[in-house]
Design a protein around this ligand. Structure first.
Ligand code: SF4
Ligand code: SF4
Length: 181
């Protein structure tokens, strides 16, 4: 059986062991070919953009940073049931539940609330399963341009309630808009 018949893919290329000529040894043609490829790309449409001066349009199904929602009265919706953490494939969510005190009724909607709620943004894959699992509509992945910013320390990627809970002004604004509409 010849060597060529052994090629299973049929794409085997027989390499020539012929001595190179002087011109070939200077690699001139190879250099010119490389330069031509570079020059060709100079006139093509650029695929890169000058971020942050230019911002690419977000996809309609874009999933941004999470937000822990408030209800119409500005109370936190999350009841620390843990379903989001259970459904998270990246094990990015941790929380600590606490019992609401009578004087905290204006802060939390349910008798139990998340005293600590953290998402490790380095683990998160923005799949949206936490949003789907939540029975209280308490967590959403923002559809706007809210992105998780780059940082230097790993600890800074663990987002707590200070970064996740919906700003109170936004809850009030939503209520006003809903009332008007
Ligand atoms: S978006 Fe997905 S990976 Fe990120 S916290 Fe939610 S469930 Fe976990
Ligand atoms: S965000 Fe929703 S699913 Fe997660 S702990 Fe709070 S209420 Fe439960």
């Amino acid at each position: 059986m010849s060597v060529e018949q052994l090629s299973l893919s049929g794409r085997k290329k027989v390499v020539s062991n012929k001595e190179m000529t002087f011109i070939e040894k200077m690699y001139l043609w190879a250099i010119i070919k490389g330069l031509l490829t570079t020059i060709k790309h100079l006139f093509r449409r650029k695929v890169t953009i000058k971020y942050p001066e230019e911002v690419r349009a977000f996809s309609p199904v874009y999933r941004g940073q999470h937000m822990l929602m408030r209800d119409d009265e500005g109370k936190e919706r999350c009841t620390a049931c843990g379903l989001c953490a259970l459904s998270c494939p990246a094990e990015a969510i941790t929380m600590k539940a606490a019992e609401r005190k009578p004087e905290e009724k204006h802060l939390y909607r349910e008798e139990k609330y998340a005293e600590i709620y953290e998402i490790n943004m380095l683990r998160c894959i923005f799949c949206g399963l936490c949003e789907e699992a939540c029975p209280k509509e308490a967590i959403y992945l923002t559809k706007s341009k809210k992105i998780v910013k780059a940082d230097y320390d790993r600890e800074d990627f663990i987002y707590g309630k200070d970064k996740l809970v919906m700003p109170l002004e936004m809850a009030i604004q939503n209520t006003v808009t809903n009332t008007i509409n």
